[in-house]
Design a protein around this ligand. Sequence first.
Ligand SMILES: *[C@@H]1O[C@H](CO)[C@@H](O)[C@H](O)[C@H]1NC(C)=O
Length: 359
Amino acid sequence: MPSLSSKTLLSALAGAASVAAHGHVNNIVINGLSYQAYDPTVFPYMASPPVVAGWTSGNTDNGFVAPDAFASGDIICHKDATNAKGHAVVAAGDKVFIQWNSWPESHKGPVLDYLANCGSSGCETVDKTALEFFKIDEVGLIDGSSAPGTWGSDQLIANNNSWMVQIPANIAPGFYVLRHEIIALHSAGQENGAQNYPVCFNLQVTGSGTESPAGVFGQSLYTPTDPGILVNIYQSLSSYTIPGPALIDGASSIAQGTSAITASATAITGSATAAPAQTTATSAVATSAAATSAAATSTVSSSVVGVSSSAPVTTAAPVASATTSAASSPTGCPGAAKRRARRAARRAARRHARDLGLN
Ligand SMILES: *[C@@H]1O[C@H](CO)[C@@H](O)[C@H](O)[C@H]1NC(C)=O
């Protein structure tokens, strides 16, 4: 069957191109403040990974969640994800700039964003399987005239591997999980061939919105045979049905653009309303950015002090973790800790290479 073999060849070529590696989100930027994400390729090997606004996840190979896991907890915030222990603050109507470290051109597909309300106790302890996600942004097929088409993922790559999403202005204040996702369709012509790359962040949304949109459980977002999941992109497509629920009223997928970082911010812990805390090594520019952000949220400056002192240092250099593990290990020395970290990194690299070989 000629059509099958050419399709298989195209899939194989797409897989080969992916040797450039998949990616993960490095950080998010809100009004110039950069919050570190959970780095699945580094943090799992750290003795004391920093508390960040990004959920932990077990995709140490930058891998994906397959459709046969759509009904499992893994689809919610990626493999074995656990709650982020901190959060970022954003006003309803403001934008969140999500920076991936890289994205392979072959991994074409839609980019989607969801929110789910965590309730008054915040997202740091919420049961992920109880979260009900509503969609606030989606970009699927942009131009399908020439296979494999131009997709949201291409727009993300053109936007410096980054994505801008607006928190709808009508959303009620509260604690939310932001679920950002790319679905790669290069192998989606066969069942269980799509690749979902979800990533979650805890946000505290401020403002005066009033809407609490209904959502769906993460485990109910997609099925393996949705038309936007089981689809052959190696043919010209006149349309594409983006999977998942419809966009909520008041949400819009905005024009892409970048957001300059003016300062680093540490994730805020606890469920009290608090302004973004900043790392100590900041400049005059950073200070004024913090003042602006704090003014935008309904907070008192005294809470910033409390948060700053309890917030962990965000520096995520593997060397820092090696030092920490050496200090906490009775037999450890800095040299041994560094060697352990290097061995762990090599193991991760080998796993990644194997994953790409299977791709
Ligand atoms: C593009 O992304 C890189 C890496 O995240 C960053 O260092 C650089 O500043 C970004 N460029 C722009 C224009 O945002």
